[in-house]
Design a protein around this ligand. Structure first.
Ligand SMILES: [Zn+2]
Length: 64
């Protein structure tokens, strides 16, 4: 038997807090500018919805 505990799911980085989330493990997702973003919690998604450009800024440093 191949007892594979690792999943090969694509990982996404929560742009708000920097956590890695999988598509099935994400608590929330939101499409912006034709790209889907995944979040560890609905609160992160709400923050992103309010100011997406702030979190997509390359100078933004994710923090918990
Ligand atoms: Zn998060």
């Amino acid at each position: 038997m191949n007892n594979n505990t690792q999943t090969n799911e694509t990982k996404h980085t929560d742009p708000v807090c920097g956590m890695e989330v999988t598509e099935s493990g994400a608590a929330a997702k939101y499409e912006y500018n034709g790209k889907m973003y995944y979040f560890c919690a609905p609160g992160c998604m709400n923050s992103f919805k309010k100011e997406p450009d702030k979190y997509l800024d390359p100078n933004y440093k994710p923090s918990m």
